[in-house]
Design a protein around this ligand. Structure first.
Ligand SMILES: NC(=O)c1ccc[n+]([C@@H]2O[C@H](COP(=O)([O-])OP(=O)(O)OC[C@H]3O[C@@H](n4cnc5c(N)ncnc54)[C@H](O)[C@@H]3O)[C@@H](O)[C@H]2O)c1
Length: 262
């Protein structure tokens, strides 16, 4: 199936690091798109860029802290200057930082919103003139926690819930320009961040088995590539041309299927 993404410029936050973002980067490149990754500086990020560039992939990197609004605005200006109009913004960056109602401070809550939410607004606003010219699209990577709650993570839950609200708010705002806005909600995806969280537990293997047992389809974790496959479909200006304001759960039925199945 031709997704018609070839040569389109796609900006991906946290598009490196071995998790969902890197899988999105690779899937977009496989569709012939050009990619700019917005990511904090790290050895694995530089290594990915070196690998992609040595294979001739049209990938670029802008190193920044997404919690810094000025850096986000500057990044979109740099994208424009180096590569021209972007076609898609993928707001992938996010971290479950465990700022809780019981123990978190207001400052920590605000910081959680800064690193998980506020950059999506700043980047989308800065990208808007280009998105209007390309009749482009915005894709938000939210989380099951936006709908199910998890406990102990007020900042992250607030940010992901707001991303869902903004998906529909922006889908309406941007209707006149033919710009589509959608969200994907992962639930349990094996990534470096997830592995690091597991490793901190007393018995990681037992906990993983317990989690997998609760995932209805196949009793296994979702792979980053499976999330990325949904992303490239939703970015497609042809195959996904009439899809906007949608929340797509790529989660093996985790959020919606009957608990009695388990
Ligand atoms: N893994 C899961 O089970 C799961 C479940 C639900 C939602 N999600 C969401 O999926 C998205 C991708 O998660 P992932 O764990 O695969 O991460 P990822 O691998 O896509 O991203 C990690 C990279 O992002 C960079 N990064 C993170 N915050 C940044 C910031 N503020 N500024 C600059 N760089 C930053 C890190 O340096 C790292 O290189 C996140 O939004 C996450 O909330 C993941």
């Amino acid at each position: 199936m031709d997704l018609s993404l070839a040569d389109n410029l796609i900006v991906i936050t946290a598009g490196a690091g071995g998790g969902i973002g890197e899988a999105i980067t690779r899937a977009c490149l496989a569709e012939g798109a050009r990619v700019v990754i917005l990511n904090r500086k790290a050895p694995e990020v530089t290594a990915l860029l070196d690998e992609l560039k040595s294979s001739g992939a049209p990938a670029d990197l802008i190193e920044l802290e997404l919690g810094d609004p000025d850096a986000c605005t500057q990044a979109i200006e740099t994208v424009q200057a180096r590569h021209g109009d972007l076609f898609a913004l993928v707001n992938n960056a996010g971290v479950n930082d465990g700022v809780s109602l019981a123990g978190g401070t207001l400052e920590q809550f605000q910081q959680s919103l800064r690193i998980n939410l506020l950059h999506t607004f700043v980047l989308a606003q800065a990208a808007l003139p280009a998105l209007k010219r390309t009749r482009g699209t915005i894709l938000n990577i939210a989380s099951k926690v936006a709908l199910t709650g998890q406990g102990g993570t007020s900042g992250y839950a607030a940010a992901k819930g707001a991303m869902l609200a903004l998906t529909r708010e922006w889908a309406v705002d941007l209707l006149p320009f033919g710009i589509r806005v959608n969200a994907i909600l992962p639930a349990e995806v094996m990534t470096p961040a997830y592995q690091a969280w597991l490793a901190r537990l007393e018995d990681p293997a037992a906990r993983l088995a317990q989690i997998e047992q609760k995932i209805p389809l196949g009793h296994r974790m979702t792979t980053p590539a499976e999330i990325a496959a949904g992303v490239v479909f939703l970015l497609s200006p042809t195959q996904s041309a009439h899809t906007t304001g949608q929340y797509i759960h790529i989660d093996g039925g985790y959020v919606h299927l009957d608990r009695a199945l388990l």
